[in-house]
Design a protein around this ligand. Sequence first.
Ligand code: GLN
Length: 517
Amino acid sequence: MSTPAGTDLTATDAAELGRLLNTGEVSSTEITRAYLDRIAADDGELGAYLHVDPDAALARAAELDSSEGDLGALAGLPVALKDVVVTEGVPTTSGSRILEGWRPPYDATVAARLKAAGTVLLGKTNMDEFAMGSSTENSAYKVTRNPWDRDRIPGGSSGGSSAAVAGGLAPWAIGTDTGGSIRQPAAVTGLVGHKPTYGSVSRFGLIAFSSSLDQAGPMARTVLDAALLHEAIGGHDPLDSTSIPAPLPPLAECARRGAEGDLSGVRIGVVRELGGEGHAEGYEPGVLARFGEAVALLESLGAEIREVSCPAFDLALPAYYLIAPSEASSNLARFDGVRYGLRVGDDGSHDLDEVMALTREQGFGPEVKRRIILGTYALSSGYYEAYYGQAQKVRTLISRDFNAAFGIDDGNGVDVLISPTTPTVAFPIGSRTDDPIAMYAADLCTLPASLAGVPAISVPCGLSEGLPVGLQVMAPALADDRCYRVAAALEAAQDAARGHRFLDQLVRRAAGPEEPA
Ligand code: GLN
């Protein structure tokens, strides 16, 4: 079997790779080797991966190449997983020292489903420790660089996944999103990233940060690829008590339909509170300009555009930074130095409490400690109602704003809401590490959908000063298909307007300055 002449397998979308595999033009081994070669050449500098096992990946690819049965659309394709996803026998750290060396005895449902679909695990990607952050600088292990500008952050907390996919070191990847950690890294690296409806992708085997918010989802180079990967991981799972017993809508079909470019009859609401009039402080002019152009393009495809006000969105940031740390303070209590991972001071000179305290002192980084302290405070007697209780009320108000905007009660609403995904393009490494509030501001646009549990996608909408800008599409719960349809329409219309696919620009960029354009 030979590779079709001129095809750079690391610069090809996953759907096309799947087609080449199906027709027998390439093998899983060839694709896997191509990505492993790129990892060997580039990951020293990019720092996207925490763990890669080339021999295991190639053995798996060979096994798939020689298997007879039809495993389906994803069979033979490599994939990268954020290191928050538990993988049987494969090191899993969640970006933390406290889990260094842990090899889980089981697979997360997301990992198990991808295995059953015949994918090849390329490796585990870097992330902010326990998914707390927006830049991947909170990883206990390494800095990850943005392939568009290696002095800038790749977003976070799924920044290893975004850097890997944008850099041509994986065709696609799984991320997780608690307050924006799929959408924001996708936006700042020029990728498509989707946070599914809460409860529609299993949380079984995701190392918990904030259980009422955490959701795994796809990060890819095209809307169709994201839909295909989403379909492979989603749907009901009896192992997750918050899993919704409903089938997924036909996501890939909606992405294909969206790409045909007709949005007539689709009502799109532009959220005033996310960068609109009177709410533009902190938003870069280049981000707002690209967003405005995208809105005009959507309108030219037949969509009806309205401005919509969601006043409670202004309170999403403080509410999130009470609720998420509160849940984290409880979830992270399990890391006690006794059950798994790091254990410090177990030399006979310390009692059990001291071993736990020493382990947590040395095993957790500063941001994780900050969150545990914040959360413990917000939940403590005397403050609970004033902080956690108030934040939960805000959460209800945000859900009501979404319901009103979508016309859930009166049928008189929009089909989707849109906004920029992030107020700024990728910022320089180190520029916000001393200022937690500035770091938290990266989540301004993504938090409302997280708190309400509704689906939201980020899709590229051009460049500002040479760096990618993302547009976010939010939809009612369980209507993830609408996100894919609108995102695919925008992607196709922008590609047509610029005369080449954004994907081609992305992979040229990733290849570095020496590559011919
Ligand atoms: N940046 C947000 C935080 O630090 C969101 C993280 C996430 O979605 N995992 O909490």
